[in-house]
Design a protein around this ligand. Structure first.
Ligand code: SAM
Ligand code: DTB
Ligand code: SF4
Length: 332
């Protein structure tokens, strides 16, 4: 057991980290980052919305809830071939993981089979796979695991204390249960939250406590900045101080030293300098590609230029699609 990997964080301790002078906090976080990762490498995942809109849930931030009057056009579950074409494109652009998101409270078993086909197809391209489909039963998580899925994304979104002000149609306990099912099935966990929803620093600390005090740290911890969508209840909420966002990344890095901390939604609104501070503070993965699920992401060209200016490299694909044609494939 690595003594640095802790699951006994108290709220006071985490708030003390948040309260450090900015330079002290970033110095500490960057040291932890360097001890566990190559500080000049980022992992890139590309997102695709495989089923868009008309979601029965009431998440206050979301463009896809049927309860909010947003300009979004709903779409049925996409055909497998269309998804694979998008995955091929993402691979060509350099993404190593393809993440498929569906606007469901939970998948039906029939829909899950279609997703299983998508997962198999994307894996056959030599990419890592991630899906986010809402709540899962133990059996559904097992089914996805058997299909070879790598990661399941299911966010806690915020603190247990603030949660009721954002979502009323499912409980915090429901979310933790899905994470348990995902873990038990042997899948890797991607779980994080959203900042800038009007929560307090104590809420941000409490959310990180929940994540770090899980029996195992999520392998991937997405930290999203709220993308304000017109027509959602959270549209117009006061914007978060960018330095507070950077602090949250730093604290996440210190608390979950070996996890990928993902600089997620909201990058389009962030300056290059803010993103650079996030990478210094310990962010080492992001969503890459011009679209998130239903909103625009920072453009790939801008990202590539930023990586060049910062001397950052994108992680390379580790698997290959098929052995090259015409050559024997020897077992070793
Ligand atoms: N319906 C599934 C669910 O909620 O579990 C999966 C898709 S949902 C869109 C995935 C995650 O995206 C949410 O849990 C939330 O953290 C994030 N998200 C959604 N809308 C967002 C927004 N406007 N700004 C930032 N993050 C957002
Ligand atoms: C996560 O934490 N952020 C991604 C991914 N997991 C699925 C989704 C961000 C969505 C941003 C708003 C949208 O494009 O709809
Ligand atoms: Fe539905 Fe997921 Fe959006 Fe909530 S976050 S409304 S569950 S798509």
């Amino acid at each position: 057991m690595n003594p640095e990997i802790r699951h006994d964080w108290s709220a006071e301790e985490v708030l003390a980290l948040f309260g450090l002078p900015f330079n002290d906090l970033l110095f500490q976080a960057h040291g932890v980052h360097r001890a566990h990762f190559d500080p000049n490498r980022v992992q890139a995942s590309t997102l695709l919305s495989i089923k868009t809109g008309a979601c029965p849930e009431d998440c206050g931030y979301c463009s896809q809830s049927a309860r909010h009057d947003t300009a979004l056009e709903r779409e049925r579950l996409l055909p497998v071939e269309e998804v694979l074409a998008a995955a091929r494109e993402a691979k060509e652009q350099g993404a190593t993981r393809f993440c498929m998101g569906a606007a469901w409270r939970n998948p039906t078993d029939t829909n899950l089979e279609r997703v299983v086909e998508m997962v198999r197809g994307v894996k056959a391209l030599g990419m890592e796979t991630c899906v986010t489909l809402g709540m899962l039963t133990r059996e559904q998580a097992q089914r996805l695991s058997e299909a070879g899925l790598d990661y399941y994304n299911h966010n806690l979104d915020t603190s247990p204390e603030f949660y009721g002000q954002v979502i009323t149609t499912r409980t915090y306990r429901d979310r933790l249960e899905t994470l348990e099912h995902v873990r038990e099935a042997g899948l890797k966990v991607c779980s994080g939250g959203i900042l800038g929803m009007g929560e307090s620093r104590a809420d941000r600390a409490s959310m990180l406590c929940q994540l770090a005090n899980l029996p195992s740290h999520p392998e991937s911890v997405p930290i999203n900045l709220l993308v304000q969508v017109e027509g959602t209840p959270l549209y117009g909420v006061e914007k978060l101080d960018p330095l507070e966002f950077v602090r949250t990344i730093a604290v996440a890095r210190i608390m979950m030293p070996a996890s990928y901390v993902r600089l997620s939604a909201g990058r389009q609104e962030m300056s290059d300098e803010m993103q650079a501070l996030c990478f210094f503070a310990g962010a080492n993965s992001l969503f890459y590609g011009d679209r998130l699920l239903t909103t625009d992401n920072a453009e790939s060209n801008r990202d590539l230029e930023l990586f060049r200016r910062l001397g950052l490299r994108m992680e390379q694909q580790v698997q290959t699609e098929k052995p090259p044609q015409g050559r024997a494939c020897h077992r070793v």
